[in-house]
Design a protein around this ligand. Structure first.
Ligand code: DCP
Length: 239
């Protein structure tokens, strides 16, 4: 169990570094991933020393180079032109973020999203919306597996799925009013929700608790690392 693995890591920092577990927090736009992570980082004193938080590099997408380009904005303004460029940059910035946090010694690392949701959710959604061409998705697919295989730090020990209805996420998105997301429709959030569901919960889910381990029969797309197939945790909030 996670508990045993954390206990095993003891107090020797070099051992901790070796035994460190990484979980990626997943869920739709505006579901509350950042809030969840911030609360662990700032409000839970017991967890602060145990958990290292790696937020999503959104700020890196909004301010690039001396000219302060904003590729998140460019993507939403001209999705067909920039979907591939954006997803390519998202991948590279995750890689940078992972490297920056790789030498930490806290026994648990929680990262916001992963290259797997980029691929299984966003890249598929933008391709279906015809914002990414056949050639572009083929290019993405052709480098994804070899690059991820060469960078084991990108493969987490498990996923934590924050789950809410697209309606709830839409309401939260309207309240948050991130400038770039003005044109994001409920339909797009519904598409992203479906992609999260079929990726992380492709079985009949039944009555899961607040935090529970998924059934071992969990099937995932074989693009996902085989070792993490059975390691999805999910949290259900108010729908
Ligand atoms: N995004 C994208 N493609 C990706 C990753 C993110 O288009 N591969 C976009 C979707 C959002 C923005 O980037 O407009 C940030 O998305 P997230 O859902 O990852 O982060 P939020 O800040 O919306 O999450 P939360 O509110 O749950 O903290």
């Amino acid at each position: 169990s996670v508990d045993d693995e954390l206990k095993d890591s003891g107090s020797d920092p070099s051992l901790n570094a070796k035994k460190r577990l990484t979980f990626c927090v997943e869920g739709n736009i505006s579901v509350g991933k950042s809030t969840f992570l911030q609360r662990i980082a700032n409000e839970t004193i017991e967890l602060r020393d145990l958990v290292e938080i790696v937020p999503e590099p959104v700020a890196k997408w909004q301010d690039i180079g001396p000219d302060h380009f904003n590729i998140l904005d460019a993507f939403y303004s001209e999705p067909q032109r920039y979907a591939y460029t954006f997803q390519n940059y998202v991948f590279v910035t995750r890689l940078m973020q992972e490297k920056e946090s790789a030498s930490g010694v806290k026994p648990l690392r929680l990262m916001e999203r992963s290259v797997f949701s980029d691929r299984m959710v966003f890249v598929r959604a933008v391709h279906e919306a015809k914002w990414m061409s056949e050639m572009e998705i083929s290019i993405y697919d052709s480098w994804f597996d070899p690059v991820v295989s060469a960078l084991p730090g990108l493969v987490p020990d498990g996923f934590i799925y924050l789950r809410a209805s697209p309606d709830t996420c839409h309401k939260r998105m309207m309240l948050r009013k991130r400038a770039e997301e003005g044109g994001v429709s409920l339909k797009y959030l519904q598409d992203l929700h479906e992609k999260h569901e079929s990726w992380l919960l492709p079985f009949e889910s039944g009555d899961h608790g607040v935090l529970s381990v998924s059934k071992p029969s969990l099937h995932m797309d074989n693009t996902l690392h085989p070792d993490i197939k059975d390691r999805v945790f999910y949290l259900e909030g108010n729908h």
